[in-house]
Design a protein around this ligand. Structure first.
Ligand code: FAD
Ligand code: NAG
Ligand code: NAG
Ligand code: NAG
Ligand code: NAG
Ligand code: NAG
Ligand code: NAG
Ligand code: NAG
Length: 527
């Protein structure tokens, strides 16, 4: 849609939303239902309406994309912050009974804000915010942990490190990401080439289904347990907690981050990187990112700069040997390499001081911004001419924009495409994440995305669920509207390829009336 249409649409949506909200007949009975359940469950369920003074601060506390703070984006009718699992059951039962649909929020990092706003709805919704359900129980002897879905990956990393510096978990780089959305959508980071995605390392889960029942791996059935590990939790229920297998890391790892401008040969380096990064030993994750040089300072400019960041599960000497043999062009030096514990490397990649391993540091929200993102998968290296066109786009953009190139290969190529719903395995040499800051530059992102068409995966042009992009297509959200299989398959096949059909089958069994839904949830099928 063109921007004008989008904003007209928003006006319309906001109008309809206010109309529906003021007209809703079910609010009192919903509250009554919750308080009945609260009574049963001891502690009352914390409930906030816009009349409560803390409504906005609770709503905004886990809004990661500042784009969605604006009043044009529909706000929840009610926010609930359950204190225990029984509260979650009550919220699901009462919401369904009284005609509210829900948004489920863990860390609030959804690229399109779908965990706390509903851009395409006319129906009042309840925000189920899981931030109070954040316990983490690490068992080093068994090499497992149970983690509730209101916890962030930073809290998880810290709790593991508290008990052992040679255990870790494979997940993303930004420490404030919630495990609820992240694990249910995949979970990709510097340990992925060695150990796969977060979802690949989930071994059990607890979920509240549409009837308000709590199911475990054993009682939910193999197909549902498959679906929630990469298919997105939202379509199937409220995931309460995950049981994960911890992974093993050496007492010290080695990291580096070095940058080269276009004048210093960035194009040739990125070109070469494409041929080697996915073939490197699994212990080495070498990522590249492409941005304007001095991107934070728009007055100095305008050249491009490639940054190469690496995590190596070993020492400097061995890393230098591998780099010399595979990528000598980068000119990596011993003094570029820093040895530290794995938990410190998390702080390093988050841009935080590595000397300060404290829970607060892992909870610090440093990346708040107003952004739009997208993703692609690359199978064949992009030519130098193709790369030059990318740089032209980046350097001309009016805002900070970044392309992160995340090498695949290693463990990712060993896991089958159907093991979990996430299908982008062998044959994908790297993933591209596109991020632009600032609303006004969404068109610039779309232009770049279009430019990339000949260089990336085709039929379907694949995408990563955790880089949610409503430009790929979306469900309408009118009351009682169920998207058709064909409509949803347009974006569903990009995220899930052939696994989409199996997700539809699971959805049809688990939630045939489509209570758990959002703009990109799996539709039930009636055929
Ligand atoms: C700054 C930033 C950095 C990022 N870095 C990485 C990275 O390094 N690697 C990577 O793979 N991804 C990364 N992401 C993407 C991130 O993995 C996804 O946005 C992920 O879905 C966020 O999970 P969340 O719980 O924080 O988000 P939320 O917005 O809370 O949830 C995301 C989706 O999951 C649903 N959901 C959340 N909790 C539950 C639950 N308990 N049960 C059912 N459904 C649930 C929500 O309804 C929503 O649809 C990044 C995102 C941002 C904004
Ligand atoms: C919100 O306000 C209502 C009405 O004043 C009150 O009953 C309720 O306890 C408040 N909620 C919280 C969580 O403080
Ligand atoms: C908010 O307060 C106003 C005025 O007291 C009241 O009329 C309204 O019903 C309240 N709304 C909610 C959602 O509690
Ligand atoms: C970035 O900015 C610094 C200081 O403003 C300057 O010295 C440096 O040359 C700039 N780098 C590039 C690549 O423009
Ligand atoms: C941006 O770069 C210019 C020129 O080097 C410098 O004068 C200015 O202080 C920089 N601004 C910021 C915010 O760093
Ligand atoms: C880890 O690296 C640090 C910094 O180089 C060093 O002081 C420390 O001895 C190393 N620890 C181990 C266990 O190798
Ligand atoms: C470490 O982190 C804590 C909490 O964020 C902060 O108070 C302290 O100043 C930090 N110390 C250093 C040396 O950065
Ligand atoms: C693709 C490639 O050149 N791989 C080499 C990288 O370095 C390792 C370790 O030195 C070699 O074993 C690989 O052959």
């Amino acid at each position: 849609m063109v921007p004008l249409l989008v904003s007209l649409f928003h006006v319309l949506v906001v109008f309809l939303f206010s109309f529906a909200a003021s007209d809703t007949p079910n609010y009192g009975s919903f509250l009554q239902c919750l308080s009945t359940h609260s009574h049963n469950y001891g502690n009352p369920i914390p409930i906030y309406t816009p009349n409560n003074s803390s409504f906005s601060s609770i709503l905004n506390s886990r809004i990661q994309n500042l784009r969605f703070i604006s009043p044009i984006h529909p706000k929840p009718y009610i926010i609930t912050t359950p204190l225990n699992e029984a509260h979650v059951q009550a919220i699901v039962i009462c919401s369904r009974k009284h005609g509210f649909f829900i948004r489920i929020r863990s860390g609030g990092h959804d690229y399109e804000g779908l965990s706390y706003t509903s851009p395409l709805t006319n129906t009042p919704f309840v925000l189920l915010d899981l931030s109070n359900l954040n316990s983490i129980d690490v068992d080093i002897d068994k090499r497992t942990a149970w983690v509730q879905t209101g916890a962030t990956i930073g809290q998880l990393y810290y709790r593991i490190a508290e008990k052992s510096l040679v255990h870790a978990f494979a997940a993303g780089a930004c420490t404030t990401i919630g495990v609820g959305g992240h694990f249910s959508g995949g979970g990709n980071g510097f340990l992925t080439r060695k150990y796969g995605l977060s979802a690949d390392n989930v071994v059990d889960a607890k979920i509240v289904n549409v009837n308000g029942e709590i199911l475990s791996k054993e009682s939910m059935g193999e197909d549902l347990f498959w679906a929630i590990r990469g298919g997105g939790g939202t379509s199937f229920g409220v995931v309460l907690s995950w049981k994960i297998n911890l992974v093993v890391v050496p007492p010290n790892v080695t990291v580096f981050s070095v940058s080269r401008t276009l004048e210093e040969g960035a194009t040739d380096l990125v070109h070469k990187w494409q041929y080697i990064a996915y073939k490197l030993p699994k212990d080495l994750a070498l990522f590249a990112s492409l941005a304007k040089a001095n991107a934070s300072n728009t007055t100095t400019t305008s050249t491009g700069q490639a940054s190469f960041q690496a995590l190596f599960l070993g020492g400097t000497t061995e890393l230098l040997e591998i780099m010399q043999e595979n990528f000598s062009e980068l000119g990596l030096k011993r003094e570029d390499c820093i040895e530290m514990s794995w938990i410190q490397s998390v702080l390093f990649f988050a841009g935080l001081p590595t000397t300060n391993v404290s829970l607060n540091a892992f909870e610090a929200n440093i990346l708040l911004s107003n952004f739009k993102g997208a993703s692609d998968y690359v199978k064949q290296p992009i030519s130098k001419t193709g790369l030059q066109g990318i740089w032209r786009n980046i350097v001309q953009m009016s805002s900070t924009s970044i392309l992160q190139l995340q090498a695949y290969g290693g463990r990712m190529s060993e896991i089958s495409d159907t093991s979990i719903p996430f299908p982008h395995r062998a044959g994908n040499t790297y993933k591209i994440l596109y991020l632009v800051n600032n609303d006004n530059n969404i068109e610039e992102l779309r232009r770049l995305y279009k430019y990339m068409t000949p260089y990336v995966s085709k039929s379907p042009r694949a995408a990563y669920l955790n880089a949610r992009d409503l430009d790929l297509g979306h469900n309408e959200m009118w009351t009682n509207y169920t998207p058709s299989y064909e409509e949803a398959k347009i974006w569903g096949s990009k995220y899930f390829k052939n696994n989409f059909d199996r997700l539809v089958k699971v959805k049809s069994r688990i939630d045939p009336d489509n209570f758990f839904r959002n703009e990109q949830s799996i539709p039930p099928s009636f055929t």
